[in-house]
Each structure stands twice: as C-alpha cells, then as structure tokens.
Design a protein around this ligand. Structure first.
Ligand code: DC
Length: 226
C-alpha cells in the first residue's frame, strides 16, 4: 500500500517534449501535473518585473517565498494576471536557467513543488524531479532527443504560433542552456542511475506516452507485489 500519492518523474533537457508527454500521461491517468520549469520561469519573470538583480541569491529566494502564482487548467497567473505566453518565450527560459543555479532559490521552491503531490497521483516534469524533489517517485524517466531535433521542434512550435524564429540561433541557445543546466553545482541535469532513458528523436508523442504508461503499470505491479 502506498502511503503517499505515486509520482512519475520525467526529467530531461529543454525542448525535449517532456512537458507534452508529462501532461498527456497525467491526463490519461487522471493525475495532477507539475510543470516545475514554469516555477523557475515565474521566478525569472517576477525578478524582471520587480527589478530584483539576477545575481542576488537572497533577494531571489525571498521573491520565491512571496510568489503569488496560480495554475488553472492550462493557464498560469502571476499576481492575478495571465502570463502563460510570456513564460514560454526563449528569453524567459534563458533567465529561468540563470536563477535556477542558486541553491537558495531551489530550496525555496521545494515546498511549492511538494504541494502538487495529491491523490490519486502526480506527473512532474523538470530537471531534478527524480533526483531531488521526488526521490521516492515510483517511476523515473529521463526523456531526451538530439539537440538538432529539439531545435527543429522548437522552431516549428514558434513558427506555428506566428512568432519569428531562427533555427541556428535556437540551436545555439539550446546548447548554452543544456551546458548551464548540466554543469551547475546543485541538482544538475543528468540521467539518474534509477531513471529509464526515453529517447524521442525518432518516436511519436503517442508512442512516448504509451512507453511511460506501460512502465508505470509495471512499476506499480512491483510495488503491490512486494
Ligand atoms: O523546463 P523549462 O525549459 O521550462 O525550464 C526552464 C529552466 O528552469 C531550465 O533551463 C532550468 C530550470 N529548471 C530547473 O533548474 N529545474 C527544474 N526542475 C525545472 C527547470
């Protein structure tokens, strides 16, 4: 018997499609969904709006504690205003990656992330879901794709939304962000020894979702039988 709601942790690099897969898995299982990157993006946006310096660790951590954020279906609100589109921009992701290097910021965001763990279960995506935030997750997936494939997906996504984009710039930005996220001292992006690798370079979103669901069922069967 599980004492706490089960968690599926899906970690991986930017633009790997982990958000899309995680949200669909959550929908199929009727589970809650945590987009932890959105919390780092909200912190970045709040810092830009309030003029907090991006290298002031203590002030950024304070900002997290006061963050008035609300997740409502697929929209995200900061201080009561919808900021979903603003959060998804490349510049916001870039700033999020910068504030995410600070241990005090990460520590301040922990309680907020834990609050998403409610019955019947949670699908959480990010960089450190399986390693730090939910180390007892029943299933840990490391979802990735080649950097070229990720840049192309992001390019198509931006063009589809009517935003201008440059493939070469996107590729460079993703490489920079991967390097920063993977080299930071605290909770770096990496595949944990107990995470299952899911490379989506050559597979569809539906196949990726089915892969996670199949492995979740196996993991739950093991929990029940032992
Ligand atoms: O997943 P994303 O691209 O929305 O995340 C934006 C940035 O936030 C990412 O570059 C690094 C940081 N992040 C993190 O450090 N830990 C997480 N669990 C999620 C995101």
């Amino acid at each position: 018997m599980l004492k706490l709601p089960p968690v599926i942790a899906i970690d991986g690099p930017s633009a790997s499609g982990k958000g899309t897969v995680a949200a669909l898995v959550a929908e199929r299982l009727g589970f809650h969904y945590l987009d932890s990157g959105a919390l780092y993006r909200l912190t970045a946006l709040a810092a830009l709006r309030t003029g907090v310096q991006l290298d002031d660790e203590a002030a950024l951590a304070d900002l997290v504690l006061q963050l008035d954020a609300r997740f409502e279906s697929s929209e995200i609100y900061l201080n009561g205003c919808c900021v979903t589109d603003e959060l998804r921009t490349e510049s916001c992701g870039e700033t999020a990656s910068k504030v995410a290097v600070f241990p005090a910021v990460r520590a301040a965001l922990l309680a907020r992330q834990h609050a998403f763990r409610r019955w019947p279960g949670l699908v959480a995506d990010g960089r450190d879901m399986g390693s730090v935030v939910f180390p007892d997750a029943v299933l840990k997936i490391f979802l990735t794709a080649t950097v070229n494939e990720r840049a192309e997906r992001r390019y198509k996504q931006l063009m589809g939304k009517g935003f201008g984009a440059n493939l070469a710039n996107l590729l460079m930005e993703l490489q920079d962000r991967d390097a920063r996220d993977a080299s930071r001292a605290v909770a770096p992006l990496k595949q944990e020894h107990d995470a299952i690798l899911l490379d989506t370079t050559q597979i569809s979103v539906n196949d990726a979702v089915d892969f996670v669901l199949k492995n979740f069922k196996l993991a739950m069967d093991i929990q029940v039988n032992y």
